[in-house]
Design a protein around this ligand. Structure first.
Ligand code: ADP
Length: 179
């Protein structure tokens, strides 16, 4: 399942699938501040990326919530992994929206600075971190909408949603915010 829309000369592709299989230049990991890669998409990425990726992740000691850090992709098809640390949902009054916006922006800046053409994001914060899916979809899509205008190199952004439910939620928000 796929849905494609154009935003400021960039292709935004929403798809259902496994982000570890993406062939974009970079994939984003929904990481924690320690880059422990314990559960969810982080564990799947680390498993597929292999030992060198673990070693590289261990050299990065701490990534503050709302920002990101870059490693190579190890055995993944993607050349880089951008480890974005989203906020833990605490009810909505603890700067969650600001922090989710900030992490998406930071990942886009890192990829653009590396002069990458394509990047794939998972639904950061909506798994173990408990961010409500509809609110996360709105914030992620709006951030992409507002930020793409500033990008020099990135031409393709993928949002890779793991479940059909997540895919449908993101598509309905993309239709209302971008069409
Ligand atoms: P967080 O701790 O930021 O909430 P999670 O990894 O728990 O991160 O979940 C983020 C999203 O990634 C969830 O929607 C989850 O279903 C999804 N996810 C889990 N595995 C994969 C995968 N292999 N590819 C894409 N998305 C995945």
């Amino acid at each position: 399942m796929e849905y494609k829309v154009y935003v400021n000369n960039i292709t935004l592709l929403l798809k259902q699938g496994d982000i570890t299989k993406e062939t974009t230049d970079a994939i984003v990991n929904a990481a924690n501040e320690q880059l422990y890669h314990l559960g969810g998409v982080a564990a799947a990425i680390a498993q597929a990326a292999g030992e060198q990726f673990w070693i590289e992740s261990n050299t990065i000691k701490h990534v503050p919530t709302g920002s990101s850090a870059v490693t190579t992709g190890g055995n993944l098809p993607a050349k880089y992994v951008i480890h974005g640390v989203g906020p833990i949902w605490k009810g909505g009054n603890e700067k969650e929206e600001e922090l989710l916006t900030s992490v998406i922006q930071d990942c886009l800046i890192k990829a653009d600075t590396l002069q990458l053409i394509s990047i794939a994001f998972p639904a950061i914060s909506t798994g173990i971190y408990g961010y409500p899916l509809d609110l996360a979809a709105k914030t992620i899509i709006n951030t992409i909408k507002q930020y793409t205008i500033k990008l020099q190199h990135i031409k393709h952004i993928h949002l890779v949603l793991f479940s059909t439910k997540d895919f449908n939620e993101f598509v309905s928000n993309a239709k209302s915010l971008l069409e």
